[in-house]
Ligand binder design. Sequence first.
Ligand code: SAH
Length: 351
Amino acid sequence: MSPDRGALADRLKRLIAVQGPIGVAEYMALANAYYYGSRDPLGRSGDFTTAPEISQMFGELAGLCLADAWDRAGRPEKAHYVELGPGRGTLAADALRAMRAAGLEPPVELVETSPVLKRAQAERLAGARWHEDLATLPDRGPLLVVANEFFDALPARQLVATPDGWRERLVAVEEDRFVAKAGPRVSSAAIPGAVRAAPPGTILETSPAASAVVRLLAHRLAAQGGVALVIDYGHGRTSSGETLQAVKRHGFADPWAEPGECDLTVHVDFEALAQAAASAGVRVLGPVAQGRWLESLGIGQRTAAIAAAVPARAAEVEKARDRLTSPGQMGSLFKVVALAAPGWPDPAGFE
Ligand code: SAH
């Protein structure tokens, strides 16, 4: 919990009083910048747990997947390891260890805005460099990129169907509370054909920020070579429905109640991301379910190897594998998409 709890809510209320209701994307951007900027939200004592925090096997297999693609690309020189939103640096530490065993020791470039998490990353990743966004990433040499639970935290816009057409959804203040309400009309050209005729009340989410990041990433891959792994929860096809959610202390909270005090996310629209990437000239593989991807990369063998080496940990490792792969847990809601530069091989796990 931040010391000045509620400080952001007060600031947002003043902002809305002065300039009127704000878009959902602006609300989400300000809330998450404050949230991530003021704490480490990960782990049991925090608000949520991610795959790399559940088991070292997740980062190891991601690292092996990248190292294998690099190997089959002919082991090009000057490859960089790039991670978007690296959290505590756990995934990177596990991935780099696995890469080193495969003969790859790339320099580490981290895209991270939170000062608190940068400090946590610095403790685990000696020699890493930080970037506020993708613009300053090295512009020579292939990029080997991972983004786990990064895109879900980027600001999403909400549109709502009303009897007289689609409208932007805005955040207003009524009786000292944040409420979402329909704002100005938007052109139906902004609405994908598949959902244009939806009944009043239907909400559509789009993430211009996520598409912009993917486009930039894809342009870099096309120009420099490399592959990217994007792992997140979301849907394979663009569809309507509200997925904005707030998570606090490992449970769901009201996204309008305490901006800046809980993690705001939306489900990732993998179809929109794939379109953005393909238009920038890279191949898109997947999405495949996280469970299938990890099984195909050999999480079964890795589980057995750890259990054999450290029998006291056998039950714990088996449980972690189940959390990461079974459909009732993270195995099918979480999905993986790979982007591959022209001339680079398909990363493993997408067959
Ligand atoms: N990948 C990590 C952490 C996921 S939480 C894991 O799997 O454990 C989301 C991460 O994205 C955090 O590191 C957060 O600080 C970072 N982040 C969120 N919004 C960001 C933005 N706009 N730019 C850069 N990093 C951002």
